[in-house]
Design a protein around this ligand. Structure first.
Ligand code: NAI
Length: 477
């Protein structure tokens, strides 16, 4: 017998599971379909973010930073440690433990909010008497369900290059790169994007020689130019070898490793020999086997499901959120869209200001920004003023041994409204929150300059950069 719901959410990543919880909080009868299996073969909630993305990568990031601090920073503090050793197995087990805690946490939240987890793959089967029909194929016979509304939150998958098959042993995407059994001596990375830089940094800190090959003549093209320059300076100083403007040729592999033929920006043929290769050249939306045409839905030419500002598709009752729709592929963007759609379905009038969605790259130092870059403001023809302040002049940063980087505040020339904030700093991912609040409340740079910031703290740099953007000028610079 068919099971009936008010809402079926397809996918339990940050977009889907948050949408399901918010809709249940608002009184809807909700089911969420998820088929993900972890390496132990167990079904797991949480999608890419929790299982093979944000959460495991941040666990490895912390482990590798601790290792590097013991090696290179402890001495500066007058602390002598013996030869630090890495036990990759234990490091991976710690990471897997954190992932397990988080995914089980969502199972608990589903039970608490009385959300039905339909275990398997969802496929649209059409519409009957106004209700959307979904078939879920898992273990055993397929289950038929119907709902008044459906949210597609199926996320994305790693884009692979046709000539470079990924086996997640020698040639890895994000999944394999988070589960290497030992530190490779030489790691090659194709693509100097977010994943390439984050995971390249993790393995470099653990002692690996990392070479990143990037097709574009610039790296981090979406970031502010001053951030790009600072990041380049820091990453190359740390020992990451990044080659820009390359063309990848033939990739071959044997028992000894992987051989990547590539042409450099001057047209000279080169060869990279490495033990492992990570392919991180972007992600593509996931709509495989969803049966979208059964309800009259089509993807655009890049595979995304077209939606309006409220994440409504062209088909009444069907919404789509997260990586499967336009906009940045960021977990927090997906979460906010999930909440928005749940509230729209419940009759509320929520709204997302996409200009206030922060970007974070978890390198060391971290990079975070919100709003417009200086290059975008120039292209917009918007008169602006800029204030920048370095962490090198901040007592807390010096005490922490984290004096690299800066905060840059861009404000409207006349009104002083903050238009963009760009941070390179050890804790940029947390510091950016103040900038997001400021921009959501249409604060001026002077507003931030007049707010009391705790001393000594990294957040003082946000205040100094804001002051530097006004006529009042920075106090400590
Ligand atoms: P990305 O889009 O950040 O970077 C891909 C890079 O590969 C680009 O620089 C591109 O020019 C380069 N590239 C493409 N084809 C190439 C080729 N044939 N040869 C050499 N270089 C080539 O994609 P990435 O790093 O795979 O990440 C995927 C998505 O996951 C991103 O959209 C990102 O937003 C998301 N993500 C976000 C994180 C965060 O917010 N901290 C962390 C990890 C991923």
């Amino acid at each position: 017998m068919a099971q009936s719901f008010d809402l079926i959410v397809i996918g339990a990543g940050p977009g889907g599971y948050i949408a399901a919880i918010r809709a249940a909080q608002l009184g809807l009868k909700v089911a969420c379909v998820e088929k993900w299996r972890n390496p132990q073969g167990e079904l797991a909630l949480g999608g890419t973010c929790l299982n093979v993305g944000c959460i495991p990568s941040k666990a490895l990031l912390a482990s590798s930073e601790l290792f590097e601090a013991l090696h290179h920073e402890a001495g500066d503090h007058g602390i002598t440690v013996g030869q630090a050793q890495v036990d990759i197995g234990k490091m991976m087990a710690r990471k897997d433990g954190i992932v397990g805690k988080m995914t089980k946490g969502i199972e608990f939240l589903f039970r608490k909010n009385k959300i039905t987890w339909l275990k398997g793959h969802a496929c649209f089967k059409g519409r009957q008497e106004g209700r959307l029909l979904i078939e879920v194929s898992g273990e055993g016979e397929p289950v038929s369900c119907d709902a008044a509304q459906v949210i597609v939150a199926t996320g994305s998958k790693a884009r692979h290059l046709p000539a470079i098959p990924v086996d997640n042993v020698q040639v890895c995407d994000n999944e394999g790169a988070l589960a290497l059994g030992e530190t490779p001596k030489r790691l090659g990375v194709i693509g100097a994007g977010v994943i390439g830089l984050e995971l390249g940094s993790v393995w470099r800190r653990l002692g690996c020689q990392v070479t990143i090959l990037e097709a574009m003549p610039e790296f981090l093209a979406a970031a502010d130019e001053s951030v790009r320059k600072e990041a380049w300076k820091q990453f190359t100083k740390q020992g990451l070898s990044i080659e820009l403007g390359v063309r990848i040729g033939e990739v071959t592999r044997d028992a000894k490793g992987v051989r990547v033929a590539w042409t450099d920006s001057k047209g000279v043929d080169q060869v990279l020999e490495c033990d492992r290769l990570i392919v991180s050249v972007g992600r593509v939306p996931n709509t495989d086997g969803l049966g979208l045409d059964a309800v009259g839905l089509a993807t655009d030419e890049r595979g995304f499901i077209p939606v309006d500002a409220g994440c409504r598709t062209a088909v009444p009752g069907v919404y789509a959120v997260g990586d499967v729709v336009r906009g940045p592929m960021l977990a927090h963007k997906a979460e906010d869209e999930g909440v928005m759609v749940a509230e729209i379905i419940a009759g509320q009038k929520p709204h997302i200001d996409y200009n206030c969605i922060p970007w974070v790259i978890y390198t060391s130092p971290e990079i975070a920004w919100v709003g417009r870059t200086e290059q975008q403001l120039k292209a917009d023809g918007r008169p602006y003023k800029s204030g920048q302040f370095p962490f090198a002049a901040n007592g807390r940063a010096l005490g922490m041994g984290a004096a690299d980087g800066f905060v840059k505040v861009l404000a409207d020339e006349k009104t002083d409204e903050i238009l963009g904030v760009h941070i390179v700093a050890a804790s940029a991912s947390d510091l950016i929150a103040e900038a997001v609040v400021a921009m959501e409340f249409k604060a001026s740079a002077e507003d931030i300059g007049r707010i009391c910031h705790a001393h000594p703290s990294m957040s003082e740099v946000m205040r100094e950069a804001s002051l530097a953007a006004t006529d009042r000028r920075a106090l400590n610079g």
